[in-house]
Design a protein around this ligand. Structure first.
Ligand SMILES: [Zn+2]
Length: 436
């Protein structure tokens, strides 16, 4: 078990310390195993929606579905206005058949954005109208004994791959006879491995680990609320089309004021995410997340001694973006478990999942970030404030003074050593953590 705090020390000694929620990690990891075992490429999610529905039922949480199967469950609070939502997506990357080839193989295109490099050698299930077939995604030049060095020089793209179906399919007719058709869904085997040291190596941790964290947090809250309702209604959303960009566009109430998405944080040398804690994301490709909601999450993490760090993601979007783009006037934030090789050979650690579930449980139990958000429109009264300093006005030259604008020194030079901007800038990888 990795317990070394990688993002530790405190940056807010004034925060009050509260006990940290102890999440049922056995429940979380067993649930994750079950979720990973259910194929759910975007567009083929009915089975996993049914499974999550059953799990909600067994936890005693009410829910309803949209027409296509996005789930909106509710943990009731003392007030329904404003209310909040926490979202994770049940769909995963996958592929689709585009052509039955004369050589008895299948051409494919990806569902969601992922590199064919990571598809080479995958075991797959092809779902057709009547049943399913097992097979492998392999490069066109798949045998070293035939192609020798050409294997290493063939390009990497989806045109270079084909599915070899494990049935008598030597040509196009035999594929057709076996029931295979253009448009059949392809689910990629997750090949999960849970190591003794807490590592979880599997495809589709994005976002099944997020779903498991959300349900584990809900279970904790239900078991520790002493029958007291939450401060405000909290909706648990499970979306079905995040990987193609439209995830949380339809499943929200218009009166929902806050949305926290749970998804993966991308590990890389130039990133500030870690596989061993929770990452609170400040911005992704869709823009900055809500200042006040994000500050609330940072404060909760500090107060409850939850290891965390901050990061900014470049080639990344999540359910929060689709919610805002669909016209919801909603505060959004992104809470992440660390994933190494996202959308490829993914790996995370149970320490990270525990931190995410703890933070989500704390958030569920916290009051509305901005009570004024109960109404969509309102006056200035109750409107929040960001950290603010008023800029001093430009010195106006006395009318008798002649200033040469070309040689006047910049105002910032006036106070060397007085710039406090660096005082709270923690070096990368040493962001705040436990208080107390
Ligand atoms: Zn995701």
């Amino acid at each position: 078990m990795m317990t070394q705090p990688l993002h530790n020390t405190t940056d807010a000694a004034q925060d009050q310390y509260h006990p940290r929620p102890e999440i049922d990690l056995d429940y979380l990891t067993e649930l994750l195993k079950e979720l990973l075992a259910i194929p759910s490429p975007t567009g083929y999610t009915d089975a996993i929606v049914r499974y999550v529905g059953k799990e909600l039922k067994s936890l005693g949480i009410d829910f309803e579905l949209t027409r296509r199967g996005a789930i909106r469950a509710t943990l009731p609070g003392r007030t329904a206005k404003p209310n909040r939502a926490i979202v994770a997506h049940v769909d995963t990357l996958g592929a689709m058949v585009t052509r039955l080839k004369p050589n008895g193989r299948l051409s494919v295109r990806p569902i969601g954005t992922w590199s064919s490099r990571f598809a080479e050698g995958c075991r797959v299930t092809v779902f057709n109208d009547a049943g399913h077939h097992r097979g492998s995604l392999i490069p066109l030049k798949a045998s070293g004994h035939v192609y020798a060095d050409e294997i290493d020089t063939q390009p990497v793209n989806w045109d270079q791959l084909e599915v070899r179906v494990d049935d008598l399919s030597r040509d196009e007719q035999e594929l057709f006879h076996n029931g295979l058709r253009v448009g059949d869904y392809i689910a990629i085997d997750p090949q999960p491995e849970f190591t003794d040291h807490g590592y979880i190596v599997s495809r589709h941790l994005d976002d099944k680990a997020g779903v498991a964290c959300l349900l584990a947090a809900a279970k904790y809250v239900l078991e520790h609320s002493d029958a007291k309702p939450l401060p405000i209604d909290c909706h648990l959303l499970f979306t079905i089309s995040e990987e193609v960009g439209s995830g949380a566009s339809t499943v929200l109430h218009r009166d929902c004021a806050e949305l926290v998405a749970i998804d993966n944080a991308t590990n890389a040398p130039e990133q500030n995410s870690s596989e061993y804690d929770v990452t609170i994301t400040m911005m992704d490709a869709s823009g900055p997340f809500d200042y006040h909601l994000t500050q609330r999450l940072l404060k909760l993490a500090r107060e409850h001694g939850i290891l965390h760090g901050r990061d900014v993601f470049r080639h990344y979007r999540c359910d929060a973006a689709s919610a805002v783009e669909a016209g919801n006037d909603i505060r959004t934030a992104l809470v992440c478990f660390g994933v190494d090789s996202s959308h490829g050979y993914e790996r995370t650690h149970t320490d990270s999942l525990a931190c995410v579930a703890r933070l989500i449980a704390c958030y569920m139990q916290s009051p509305a970030v901005v009570p004024r958000d109960a109404d969509q429109m309102g006056p200035l009264k109750g409107f929040p404030k960001q950290q603010h300093i008023r800029q001093p006005p430009e010195p106006q030259p006395h009318h008798s003074e002649k200033v040469d604008r070309r040689t006047a020194s910049p105002r910032a030079e006036a106070s060397p050593g007085h710039d406090n901007a660096d005082a709270d800038r923690a070096p990368a990888g040493f962001e705040s953590g436990g208080v107390g």
